[in-house]
Design a protein around this ligand. Structure first.
Ligand code: GLU
Length: 610
C-alpha cells in the first residue's frame, strides 16, 4: 500500500502542492518518497529513502519546475526502501514517469522480456516494468491514453497508476484493485489514492471503478473503460460527488479511528496476502522442510499467530513446531539448537527487538532463519535466509488487527505447502484447503457486516465488568489469548486468555456470579468438550458470551450473549474469522470506556527495547 498523486494546475508551480498532498497520504506508506514534474518538455525527478519532511529538508522538492506532476509515498513490496527503488520510475529515455500503488505479479517475466529487447532497469521494483512497456507502446501510437491502455492488460496483479510524460501537459491514470479518485478543482485537476490528497484544493470527486482509465488535461478528466484487448471505450460524463469529510476523517476513510478502518480493511489485506507467489512460497517451504526442528519466534499478537500455526502445521502437515515467545528465546533455548533447526520468525514491523535478538542468537548457532513480516527492508529481512511478506499495508492503530489476519493467512498457506511436501496432503486435498482459505475474505466481510452492531451492544452490556476470561480449546486457545490481549491493551480491562480445559486447574477459582467469560467455540473437534467447560462456568454463575457457529443452537441457547458466525469452510483456519468479533469487542469496549484505541497508553507500535 502506498499513496499516489497526480496534479495539473492551469498555472503556477505544482511541486509544493504535490509535496503537501503526499504529506496527507503519508499514513498509507512512508519508507520513501518522490516527485516528478515537467517543464518546457523536460522531465524532472527528485526522490529518496525516508520520510517526506526529512527528504524535503535534504533535497527541497519545491524547486522542481512546472505546473504538472506526480508524486508517491511508498510502502515497499518489491525491493527494499532506497533511492533507486523510490517512485516515480522512468523509461530508458527519461520521457515517461510512473507512480504505482499495488503489485505486478508477473513483473519478472515482463522484466526479462524488456531486458532482452534492450531496456535498462534502475530499480528492483515490480513497478519499473510499466514505464518501459509504455515506452514501447508509444512506438505504436502517439496517444498516451492509448499506449497505457495497451499495456494494462499485460499486467497481472493490482495497480493504481499515474503516468506523466515530458511531451504534453497531460496525465493518464488507471486502476485495478487499488484505489484511485479524481478531484476537479477551480485551479486544476487531480488524481490520487485517496481524497485527503486534494481536499484543501477541491471537494468535488469522481470515484473510479476497476479497469477505468482517465485522461487528465487542464480542461478536465475524460473517463474510459479499458477492454481486454487494450482498447478504450469512452464513458459518459460522470457527475462529481461533493465530499464532506475533514482531512482527519478522510485519512481514516470516514472511520472514527484507524483501528476500526483496519479491522474493516481485513478482507482486502487477506485477499492480497493470499496471492503470495507460489514460487516464493515453495522456496520458503523447502527450507522449512529440510530441517529437523522448526521453532517459531514471535512476540505479542504475532506470537498468537504462531500459536495458531502450531495447530495448523500439526493438522495439515503432520509437523510439530515449537512456539517460543521472543523474549524467552535467546540464551537458554538457543544453546540447545543448531544447524538442524529452522527458525520461523514472525514480526509485523520486522524491527521487534526481542525477535531480532533471539534470531541473532539462533543464527549464530547455525540455524536457518525464515521470516514473515509486513515491512520490506526491515531488520529481520536482512537477517533472514528467506522472507515472506504479508500484504496488510501500513497499520497505524497500535493494536494489531489486519496484520494478525495476514500473518495467519501466510502461516495457513505455509502449512498447506508443507503438507504437500511432507506428503500429509494429496494434491486434491491441498486444492480443497486453498479453496477454503480463499473464502475467508468474504467470510470476514460478512462477519463485520452482520455482527458489528451486535458486538457493540454486547460491549455496552458488559461495560461495568473489570475482568474477563477468554477461553477456547485447541487452535481456539490462540484466538482466546488474542481476544484477551486486545481488550487489555486498548480498553484497559483485565482479561485472561486460557485453554478452556485447563481453566478448571486454577482460574475457575475466580469465577463468581456475573463473571463474564467469552468462549471461542467454532464447530471443530473441540466443540463437544468445550460444552462441558461452558457448563462448569455456568454452574458457578458466570455470564457466558459465545463466539460460535450460527448453526450451533445448543451453545446459542446456553449463552447469555451469542455472536453467531457463518459456517467455516475449514475449521483448520478458524482464527482468521473468529478473531474479528474479538477485535470489534475490544474496540467498542475501549470506545465506550472513553479510551482512544489508536494510541493506547504505555504501548508503541514497534517495540524496539529489550
Ligand atoms: N509494488 C510497488 C513497490 O514496491 C508499489 C508499492 C505499494 O503500492 O505497496 O514499489
Amino acid at each position: 500500500m502506498c499513496g499516489i498523486i497526480g496534479a495539473i494546475h492551469l498555472k503556477g508551480n505544482i511541486s509544493s502542492i504535490l509535496r503537501q498532498s503526499l504529506k496527507r497520504l503519508e499514513y498509507r506508506g512512508y519508507d520513501s518518497s518522490g516527485i516528478a514534474t515537467v517543464s518546457d518538455g523536460v522531465l524532472y525527478v527528485k526522490k529518496d529513502k525516508g520520510k517526506i519532511d526529512d527528504i524535503h529538508d535534504r533535497i527541497n522538492f519545491d524547486t522542481l519546475p512546472g505546473s504538472i506532476g506526480i508524486g508517491h509515498t511508498r510502502w515497499a513490496t518489491h525491493g527494499p526502501p532506497s533511492k533507486a527503488n523510490a517512485h516515480p520510475h522512468t523509461d530508458c529515455q527519461n520521457r515517461i514517469a510512473v507512480v504505482h500503488n499495488g503489485i505486478i505479479e508477473n513483473y519478472q517475466e515482463l522484466r526479462e522480456q524488456l531486458l532482452s529487447n534492450g531496456h535498462h532497469f534502475r530499480s528492483q521494483t515490480d513497478t519499473e516494468v510499466i514505464p518501459h512497456l509504455i515506452e514501447d507502446a508509444l512506438n505504436q501510437t502517439p496517444r498516451l491514453d492509448e499506449a497505457v491502455a495497451q499495456v494494462l492488460p499485460q499486467l497481472e496483479g493490482s495497480y493504481a497508476i499515474v503516468v506523466l510524460r515530458a511531451k504534453r501537459k497531460e496525465l493518464v491514470c488507471a486502476r485495478k484493485e487499488s484505489p484511485l479518485v479524481i478531484g476537479l478543482g477551480s485551479r486544476g485537476v487531480y488524481c490520487a489514492s485517496d481524497v485527503p490528497a486534494f481536499l484543501p484544493m477541491t471537494r468535488k470527486t469522481i470515484i473510479l471503478e476497476d479497469d477505468e482509465l482517465v485522461h487528465l488535461t487542464s480542461e478536465g478528466a475524460l473517463v474510459s473503460r479499458i477492454n481486454e484487448s487494450g482498447g478504450l471505450t469512452q464513458l459518459p460524463i460522470r457527475e462529481p460527488i461533493t465530499v464532506k469529510w475533514t482531512i482527519d476523517m478522510a485519512q481514516k476513510g470516514g472511520y472514527p479511528h484507524f483501528m476500526l478502518k483496519e479491522i474493516h480493511e481485513q478482507p482486502r489485506a487477506l485477499g492480497d496476502t493470499l496471492r503470495i507467489r507460489k514460487v516464493d512460497l515453495d522456496a520458503f517451504t523447502e527450507l522449512l522442510h529440510n530441517h529437523k526442528n522448526i521453532l517459531t519466534i514471535a512476540a505479542g499478537t504475532s506470537y498468537h499467530a504462531t500459536l495458531a500455526a502450531k495447530y495448523m502445521f500439526s493438522q495439515i502437515a503432520n509437523q510439530l513446531i515449537h512456539g517460543v515467545i521472543a523474549s524467552e528465546g535467546s540464551d537458554t533455548i538457543a544453546r540447545s539448537l543448531g544447524a538442524d533447526t529452522a527458525v520461523l520468525a514472525v514480526t509485523q514491523s520486522g524491527e521487534t527487538i526481542d525477535t531480532i535478538h533471539a534470531v541473532k542468537h539462533l543464527k549464530n548457532q547455525g540455524a536457518t532463519i525464515l521470516a514473515i513480516t509486513n515491512t520490506v527492508g526491515s531488520s529481520i529481512t536482512r537477517l533472514a535466509d528467506s522472507v515472506l511478506y504479508t500484504q496488510a499495508g501500513p497499520e497505524i492503530g497500535v493494536a494489531a488487527t489486519k496484520t494478525y489476519a495476514t500473518q495467519l493467512a501466510t502461516l495457513a498457506l505455509l502449512s498447506i505447502s508443507l503438507g504437500k511436501m511432507t506428503g500429509a496432503q494429496t494434491k486434491k486435498e491441498c486444492q480443497e484447503l486453498h479453496d477454503a482459505l480463499n473464502q475467508f475474505p468474504r467470510l470476514i466481510q460478512s462477519v463485520i457486516r452482520n455482527q458489528e452492531n451486535i458486538i457493540k451492544d454486547t460491549a455496552q452490556e458488559y461495560i461495568t465488568k473489570s475482568s474477563f476470561f477468554f477461553l477456547g480449546r485447541g487452535i481456539s486457545t490462540s484466538t482466546a489469548m488474542e481476544g484477551a490481549l486486545k481488550i487489555k491493551e486498548i480498553a484497559y480491562v483485565h482479561a485472561e486468555g486460557y485453554p478452556a480445559g485447563e481453566s478448571k486447574h486454577g482460574p475457575i477459582a475466580l469465577v463468581e456470579p456475573g463473571f463474564p467469560i467469552v468462549f471461542v467455540a467454532p464447530n471443530d473437534n473441540t466443540r463437544r468438550h468445550l460444552e462441558g467447560n461452558v457448563m462448569e462456568m455456568k454452574a458457578r454463575g458466570a455470564q457466558i458470551i459465545s463466539i460460535c457457529s450460527e448453526k450451533d443452537q445448543t451453545l446459542i441457547k446456553l449463552s447469555d450473549h451469542a455472536i453467531p458466525l457463518p459456517a467455516l469452510p475449514s475449521t483448520s483456519f478458524s482464527p482468521i474469522s473468529y478473531a474479528v468479533p474479538l477485535q470489534l469487542l475490544a474496540y467498542y469496549a475501549a470506545i465506550l470506556r472513553g479510551h482512544n484505541p489508536d494510541q493506547p497508553r504505555n504501548l508503541a507500535k514497534a517495540v524496539t527495547v529489550l
